[in-house]
Ligand binder design. Structure first.
Ligand code: TXA
Ligand code: MG
Length: 349
């Protein structure tokens, strides 16, 4: 299939926005930018269209999808009730990188929810996403636009790597901003529970709705419980190489990583993923990736998936990755890195 790329930089570019919206209404796949990562969209009320998402991504059928909307009013049709804390989150964090889980209405099919009684909904803040969702005037189901298991795409080149020839249209609008996916928050339980840490932090949420719980499986490599969010049970965000995550004192981490680089099997390509503050501590690796400054963890989140994909581009076999504190957006970053390393982590250095 020929993939058409529309470059849209202005949400007032009516002709192109409407061209993409029309394709969605016709039941076709359209990849579009959001403030978190690129999404692989289809009409969320059209089962045949939704089915195409699973095929293009190679996504397991038991992993439910998020419905994207342009206007909070659209929620009314899709859910049974809006709990008060859910309403508060909608008022404060929408549009933005927060997905809310509600009890679903009859309108929402099993293909969206993977048979669950709940549905995930989010209202993106990206101006092009907003314009497209408004023009399409339907809830748009959209997972991240990567092949299942790979790092989520934050720019056109990532999308093309995974999806060129598999979808009729990609809307390109440059780099996404946040860089990791939305926070998934279940507001059907009390206290509300985070199923996937992301752009909106636990601290942000607690300032508005009080106590918030977090599904510990998302941040604890040793926890064998079944994750509440089906997507969290898969090895995910994974580069092709074999990754290990290191946590503790930064100087000790560097010493340990340098030792492992020196002892790496001859012929194996090694990469170190580190930060601006620590990059001079490393030696001997084939590729050094500065993910950004520890003073600006938003930058690290923004660069995260590109850093992992760069290792693939360079044919890296073994990745050594610096960890972060479980504070603020650091929680979301650590969740992605843990998954990317298949849970392989060295703690307490
Ligand atoms: O930022 C984002 O959320 C991006 C952009 C495109 O909006 N989308 C995204 O979708 O990350 P996806 O499908 O890659 O991740 C959705 C996550 C999965 O872990 C899925 O299991 C979970 O949300 N999820 C969806 N519906 C759920 C439900 N009813 N109950 C529990 N988890 C759910
Ligand atoms: Mg995803």
């Amino acid at each position: 299939m020929e993939t058409k790329v529309l470059h849209i930089t202005d949400e007032k570019d009516k002709a192109q926005i409407e061209e993409a919206a029309r394709l969605l209404q016709e039941g076709e796949l359209v990849i579009f930018p959001t403030e978190t990562v690129y999404g692989l969209g289809a009409d969320g009320l059209n089962e045949a269209a939704v089915d195409k998402i699973f095929q293009a991504k190679g996504r397991p059928k038991d992993n439910p999808l998020i419905l994207h909307i342009a206007d909070p009013e659209q929620v009314l049709d899709l859910v049974k009730v809006i709990p008060p804390k859910g309403k508060d989150c909608m008022d404060v964090f929408w549009p933005g990188p927060l997905t809310l889980i509600f009890e679903r209405s009859e309108k929402v099919s099993d293909s969206i929810t993977a048979g669950a009684d709940t549905v995930a909904i989010r209202m993106p803040s990206h101006p092009i996403a907003h314009a497209l969702l408004k023009a399409a005037a339907i809830p748009v189901a959209a997972p991240s636009a990567n092949t299942s298991g790979r790092p989520s795409p934050t720019r056109l080149s990532h999308v093309l790597e995974d999806m060129d020839g598999k979808v009729p249209m990609i809307v390109d609008s440059g780099d996404t901003n946040v860089g990791i996916e939305s926070t998934v928050l279940d507001v059907t339980v009390d206290p509300p529970m985070i199923y996937r840490p992301g752009g909106v932090t636990k601290e942000d949420l607690e300032a508005i709705i009080g106590e918030v719980a977090i599904d510990e499986t998302t941040i604890d490599a040793d926890n064998d419980a079944v994750p509440k969010s089906p997507g969290q049970k898969y090895r995910h965000y994974a580069p092709k190489g074999d990754g290990t995550l290191f946590a503790g004192d930064l100087k000790n981490i560097a010493k340990e990583i340098n030792r492992r680089v020196a002892e790496a099997e001859p012929g194996k390509k090694t990469a170190v993923l580190c930060t601006t503050e620590t990059k001079d501590l490393y030696e001997g690796m084939d590729l050094l990736v500065d993910m950004g400054s520890r003073e600006h963890l938003e930058d690290v989140a923004h660069n995260l998936f590109d850093s992992l994909r760069r290792c693939d581009e360079e044919g890296v076999d073994v990745l050594f990755v610096e960890g972060f504190d479980f504070i603020g957006i650091g929680v979301g970053i650590m969740n992605r890195l843990l998954k990317a390393c298949g849970g392989k982590v060295v703690l307490g250095l």
